[in-house]
Design a protein around this ligand. Structure first.
Ligand code: DP6
Length: 344
């Protein structure tokens, strides 16, 4: 990985800026990543397809300094836990190796949506960090290599490098060089409405990382998940191409329910839903009976993301907002990829 990263540098150290800030959007997977064949390299068993979410973003500032004795990390203005700091340091080590630097860094991470509650904050965080940290050390990676690097921080971050509709390929090689994401279609290809019902803002007890490891080892349904996944990927990919909301929505719902079934059947069981998560599911199904093409997806948390036609997003958001237990509803749509917001 490191060797390849070094080889792929297009514009090595023309100017070491030492400080850079980047911003990336979160994403919601329509055919999900749930299970790693390699836990160190974050290599998935299957491919996955997502849509990047406008307005749900994380901004990461990274500043390297010769006088810094250790990496330090703030998350939304507060000092991070030791565990979170370790994860960032391991990630920065990859960038330092590639840039042949031993400088420590100050990292500031700010998200404008509930973090660690099933809204893919690790995806936007590591996508933004990959760009900010490489630029700060004077590396200029192409989007594919940036996706490979972001993947090392968090699998779903490989997808948040790109805007619009994005596929992350599982790849076959053991070094992970062929496990990267690519844009399937830009945001303007298909302006979907995405309404996000927040049912609980607390930090989740079992993150996606532990959750998918438990599911892969301890759920009897995991083999069935793997066997049926490629068919979902095919339907979602084709549906995006043809802007077919019913095809994409039905496949996304099915894929999400299968992922949660795998988790629920694990030993010990893993249930991410609250009663209001289920109430939102039922409301979405009722919206369909009422003639609105709305479809849900849920990641490793209790929030529910609902896809719908752009013109009906306000109606859908209003209906979700009235469900008992829904705290608030965020409105989003397909958004852009990672970008620099400043470099000194
Ligand atoms: C349910 O990307 O957070 O959101 O690679 O361990 O950081 P790590 O996991 P992460 O898992 C995301 C799981 C998911 C489905 C998805 O986004 O595809």
């Amino acid at each position: 990985m490191t060797g390849r990263l070094v080889d792929s540098v297009v514009d090595r150290a023309v100017r070491i800026v030492e400080r850079a800030t980047a911003k990336a959007n979160s994403n919601v997977a329509l055919a999900k990543y749930w299970g790693k064949r390699d836990e160190v390299l974050n290599l998935p068993y299957t491919g996955s397809i997502s849509v990047s979410l406008a307005g749900l973003s994380t901004t990461v500032g990274v500043e390297f300094g010769a006088s810094l004795a250790a990496d330090s990390l703030t998350l939304n203005g507060s000092a991070a836990s030791e565990r979170e700091a370790r994860r960032i340091t391991s990630f920065l080590d990859l960038v330092r190796q590639a840039a042949r630097s031993d400088q420590r860094a100050q990292v500031d991470v700010r998200s404008n949506f509930p973090v660690a509650a099933g809204l893919a904050s690790s995806a936007s965080t590591f996508a933004a960090m990959a760009l900010a940290a490489t630029r700060a050390l004077g590396l200029s990676l192409n989007p594919r290599d940036l996706s490979v690097l972001a993947r090392r921080g968090s699998g779903s971050a490989a997808r948040s490098i790109f805007g619009g509709y994005v596929e992350w390929f599982a790849g076959e090689s053991s070094d992970g060089t062929d496990s990267f994401a690519e844009q399937l279609a830009p945001p303007e290809h298909w302006r979907l409405g995405v309404a996000i019902a927040i049912t609980d803002e607390k930090r989740k007890k079992v993150g996606s990382r532990e959750g998918m490891m438990l599911a892969a080892k301890e759920s009897p349904f995991f083999p069935a998940w793997l066997e049926s996944h490629d068919a979902d990927l095919d339907v979602v990919r084709r549906g995006i191409r043809e802007r077919d909301l019913v095809a994409v929505g039905q496949a996304a719902e099915r894929n999400c329910l299968k992922m949660h079934a795998v988790a629920i059947a694990a030993n010990p069981p893993l249930l991410y839903w609250t009663p209001s998560t289920l109430a939102v599911i039922r409301r979405v199904w009722r919206l369909r009976e009422e003639g609105i093409e709305a479809f849900f997806s849920i990641d490793a948390g209790p929030q529910v993301k609902v896809l719908c036609p752009w013109a009906q997003r306000a109606t859908v958001a209003d209906a979700l907002g009235r469900v008992t237990g829904v705290l608030r509803v965020l409105l989003s749509e397909p958004g852009g990829g990672v970008e620099l917001v400043g470099a000194a």
